[in-house]
Design a protein around this ligand. Structure first.
Ligand SMILES: Nc1ncnc2c1ncn2[C@@H]1O[C@H](COP(=O)(O)OP(=O)(O)OP(=O)(O)O)[C@@H](O)[C@H]1O
Length: 674
């Protein structure tokens, strides 16, 4: 029986899940709508909610929401293109709201105007998270948990606070059959609800179909099929994607439901009474009548690839072929292949692929490989490294290359949260647990990382009391919120980082020894930038990355040498800053020394690693500046005051580097101060 036939009219079920009948445990398969709502209510009770609880939307901070929107740009655009026509044609006078949420239930965007009050009141607002755990039974959260479309009537919401609306939600699956988001139409109860429910399912199908077309239409044949010819272009049609040999490489959910079988990698001749070569030669706009699996008749339309597949010999396919671009050592290539495992094809823009974190330094290659493996094991990772060495960037990349990539990476900077709040932020709290707690309670960051990765940055800063609680969570794998006697199971991958030497902290009594051993399953020492043997390549890589964001000047070999010489006390963060400032300052085609910020030269001076020509200039000062016939000690301060402190102009005019200007400008200052 098909899904929608199983759904019952909301009005007949609205009173069936009364507040005392949360009977059914989560069983996995529910036959009826009523049982699904009951199972959801049961889960809500397990989450510690009662009907009077206030919704906890666990709203994301603004920056994080922007990141999330960036990560889901193609889903958002596809939805917008597919959904807005419905809204404009059908729903615009219906006072309802269309909502797109990600697979964790975070609202990514909304369209339309509901009748039910302001965003602050109804909570359907960007960044708010609609999960069953925080908001009780609701269309978005329940569709996410069950993976199926659902309509939640007013009284079917577990929390009374949500019983002013009806929500209809339908999950969206991508071409790999991963749940990537959910579409929801919410309104107060005056709309014909069956109509709305059908509509949201149609919308999610149209988004899914569009995702399939975008992924495959360039190079693949696409067949759409339906039982009647006039519906061939509708979103209810089945879609099959075929490669050149007729192998089914993708299909929409509708195709699998209608044909009632797993279609992956079958040949088209196993489904329809036709061969691929006939499909290739069939006129595009002429529907065919075909028999599926010897019994069922369908109308079928062929959509050929936009780019015709070229049948030309390509000897690069042979194994002995060596690409001219493969200049990297063999070891790096092997690492890359290995690191491709688990890679989600659409890494968010702010995530650097693992293979691009190392550029030939053996130590870094090894630790990247080790950490990548350990991400799949139940072993915590502890990363030690100087500030700015790239610990967080590394962890982000690890998470998105792991099997947990579909769930959240929750990054907590223990030093940034006031000591007295660390505990409640991490473990969550019951409503009214302490003075100052928001009275609706909070699920806390650890539970938010459930099935994902928890990254505790600067773990050395964690207060002792919190350390004991964390130890308990790691030992028992359950979280007990502040003020609660309930425990909640959690499955997290823990990665911690510190720039302190934690063993010293243990000796000094500031860090618990037992916790240290718990968190340091795999100990990783991320080398400082100055210690890396792949510095030159890393600098060029970062420069290229920045140039992709915004065009900028090139790096000369001399500039690369200068950057390689620098001690980089602020590591990758400082390198990124210096390059960004330099590239912004430069109008020329090549980055020059005088484009770089002053603090860059400070560090060079302190380390005594200045350039050779500075040394030559220094020797000149011992006597005089031959060009100007004036010692630099007086020339530089004079020019500096002439150019009103402009270091670049002074350097150009004196024919010396900015470094030298800085040095002699400072000498004068010091002298004045004495
Ligand atoms: N592998 C890398 N490739 C390119 N840029 C990088 C890389 N690693 C770090 N960066 C740059 O350096 C900045 C700082 O990195 P990150 O925040 O990961 O350092 P950290 O070691 O966690 O620092 P802290 O100890 O201060 O928290 C990043 O925002 C990014 O601009």
């Amino acid at each position: 029986m098909h899904e929608e036939q199983k759904q019952k009219n909301t009005t007949t079920t609205e009173n069936t899940a009364t507040e005392s009948t949360a009977l059914l445990p989560e069983s996995g398969v529910w036959q009826t709508h009523k049982e699904r709502i009951q199972a959801s209510w049961y889960r809500c009770e397990q989450f510690g909610l009662d009907h009077t609880s206030q919704p906890d939307f666990a709203a994301l901070p603004k920056g994080t929401l922007n990141d999330l929107v960036d990560q889901h740009r193609s889903l958002l655009e596809t939805t917008e293109n597919e959904v807005l026509p419905y809204y404009e044609n059908i729903l615009s006078n219906s006072a309802c709201m269309i909502v797109l949420a990600d697979r964790q239930g975070h609202v990514l965007n909304t369209w339309g105007q509901p009748r039910f009050g302001s965003a602050a009141e109804h909570g359907l607002i960007g960044g708010n998270q609609w999960t069953e755990m925080g908001v009780g039974t609701n269309a978005i959260g329940t569709a996410l948990i069950t993976g199926e479309a659902i309509q939640v009537g007013r009284d079917e919401h577990f929390l009374r606070a949500n019983r002013f609306m009806v929500g209809s939600a339908s999950p969206i699956y991508n071409t790999k059959n991963d749940l990537v988001g959910v579409l929801d139409i919410s309104s107060d109860a005056y709309l014909p609800q069956d109509h709305t429910f059908g509509m949201v399912k149609l919308m999610s199908l149209s988004v899914e179909n569009r995702l399939i077309f975008s992924a495959f239409q360039q190079e693949h044949f696409i067949l759409s099929f339906n039982t009647n010819v006039v519906s061939l272009d509708s979103h209810w049609s089945g879609i099959l994607v075929l490669d050149e040999n007729g192998t089914i490489v993708s299909a929409n959910r509708r195709a699998e439901v209608v044909l009632a079988r797993d279609l992956a990698l079958l040949n088209i001749n196993q489904i329809f009474d036709i061969e691929m070569r006939e499909i290739k030669h069939h006129p595009v706009s002429l529907p065919m009548k075909l028999i599926a699996m010897g019994r069922y008749q369908f109308y079928v339309k062929v959509i050929p690839p936009v780019q015709q597949i070229m049948r030309v010999p390509d000897f690069r396919q042979r194994t002995e072929y060596v690409s001219p671009k493969s200049t990297k050592p063999l070891a790096t290539k092997e690492v890359e292949t290995d690191l491709q495992k688990n890679v989600s094809t659409d890494l968010p823009d702010n995530v650097i692929p693992l293979a691009e974190l190392q550029h030939g330094d053996e130590r870094v290659e090894r630790l990247v490989r080790q950490a990548h493996k350990i991400m799949e094991k139940d072993i915590p990772i502890l990363i030690h490294g100087e500030t700015g060495a790239g610990k967080e960037i590394f962890v982000r990349s690890l998470h998105y290359h792991s099997s947990r990539a579909k769930e959240m990476l929750v990054a907590v900077n223990c030093a940034a949260i006031p000591a007295e709040l660390v505990e409640s932020e991490l473990f969550g709290y019951e409503k009214g647990a302490f003075t100052g707690a928001q009275n609706r309670g909070s699920i806390g960051l650890i539970r938010r990382a459930h099935r994902g990765t928890l990254f505790l940055d600067e773990i050395g800063e964690m207060p002792m009391a919190v350390q004991s609680r964390l130890l308990r969570v790691l030992q028992e794998r359950v979280v007990t919120p502040l003020g609660s006697t309930e425990t909640y199971p959690v499955d997290i991958k823990l990665v911690s980082a510190t720039n302190r030497t934690l063993k010293d902290e243990v000796k000094a009594g500031r860090f618990r020894q037992d916790l240290y051993y718990r968190i340091s399953g795999l100990n990783i020492e991320l080398p400082a930038l100055r210690e890396r043997s792949d510095k030159a390549r890393l600098i060029q890589y970062l420069h290229n990355r920045l140039r992709k964001e915004e065009p900028g000047p090139a790096l000369s070999p001399a500039m690369i040498d200068l950057l390689v010489t620098h001690p980089w006390p602020g590591n990758m963060r400082q390198l990124a800053h210096v390059l960004k400032v330099g590239m912004a300052m430069a109008d020329e085609e090549v980055l020059e020394e005088w484009h770089l910020p002053d603090d860059f030269f400070d560090d060079l001076d302190e380390s005594g690693l200045g350039k050779t020509n500075d040394k030559v200039e220094n020797q000149q000062t011992a006597t005089s500046n031959t060009a100007q016939e004036e010692p630099l000690e007086t020339l530089i301060p004079r020019l500096l005051s002439e150019f009103k402190g402009n270091v670049t102009q002074t350097a150009k005019s004196a024919g010396v580097s900015r470094n030298t200007v800085y040095k002699y400008g400072k000498l004068k200052d010091n002298g004045d101060n004495e």
